[in-house]
Design a protein around this ligand. Structure first.
Ligand code: SF4
Ligand code: SF4
Length: 183
C-alpha cells in the first residue's frame, strides 16, 4: 500500500469526496422529473415504437418486402409475409414486429433502402397483453399517421437518417404492398 492510499484510508477521503458531491448538489436544480406529469425532451432520432412509412404519393405502405430489415434485425422480430400475384410478381402481404423482442437498435431503419420503416418518438405503449405489443401492418401504419406524418416524417429521414433522404420517393419496379381488404 502506498502512502497516498494509506492517508486516503485513514482520513476516509473517498467518503468525504462523496459527501461533498452530495452537499454541492443539495442546492442545485433536481435532475429527476415527475413522470407522467412531466415528460422528457425527445431528441431527433429517438428510437421508440415502430411505424411503417406511408408513401406520400400512393397513400399506402411504402415497404417493398425486400427483407433487408428482417435480415439485419438482431432479435429476428420482424416478420414479412409475401405471396405471388396472378402476374407472377411478388406482393407484400403483411409486415409485423414483435415489440417484446425488439432491442430498439435502429438497424431496421438503417438497413431499409427505401426509408419504409421508422422508429417514432412514442415510448408510452406499455400494456398487459402480448397481443397489444404485437405490431400488425395496420397498427404500424397508423403509428406513422399519429406520430410521424407530414414534415416530421420527412425531417426524420432527411435530417437524421442521411443519406437515405435521397430515396424518399416511391421505388419503381419493386413489389407492392397488398392494399387493405383486397384478396
Ligand atoms: S430496432 Fe433493432 S431489434 Fe428492433 S426491429 Fe429494428 S432491427 Fe430489430
Ligand atoms: S421495410 Fe425496407 S428493408 Fe424492410 S422489407 Fe420493407 S423495404 Fe425492405
Amino acid at each position: 500500500m502506498t502512502v497516498k492510499e494509506l492517508v486516503n484510508k485513514i482520513f476516509f477521503i473517498e467518503i468525504l469526496k462523496g459527501l461533498a458531491l452530495t452537499l454541492s448538489r443539495l442546492f442545485t436544480h433536481a435532475v429527476t422529473i415527475q413522470y407522467p406529469k412531466e415528460k422528457r425532451l425527445i431528441r431527433p432520432g429517438f428510437r421508440g415504437q415502430h411505424a411503417l412509412v406511408r408513401d406520400p404519393d400512393t397513400g399506402w405502405v411504402k415497404c417493398v418486402g425486400c427483407g433487408l430489415c428482417a435480415a439485419y434485425c438482431p432479435s429476428q422480430c420482424i416478420h414479412i409475409f409475401t405471396t405471388e400475384g396472378d402476374d407472377g410478381k411478388k406482393i407484400v402481404e403483411k409486415y409485423e414486429v414483435e415489440l417484446l423482442r425488439c432491442i430498439y437498435c435502429g438497424f431496421c431503419v438503417e438497413a431499409c433502402p427505401y426509408s419504409a420503416i421508422a422508429l417514432t418518438e412514442n415510448y408510452e405503449y406499455s400494456d398487459y397483453s402480448r397481443d397489444a405489443l404485437y405490431m400488425t401492418t395496420e397498427k404500424l401504419l397508423s403509428n406513422w399517421d399519429k406520430f410521424m406524418s407530414g414534415k416530421k416524417g420527412e425531417d426524420y429521414f432527411k435530417k437524421f437518417w442521411r443519406p437515405l433522404s435521397e430515396d424518399f420517393g416511391t421505388p419503381e419496379g419493386q413489389a407492392m404492398f397488398r392494399k387493405a381488404g383486397k384478396g
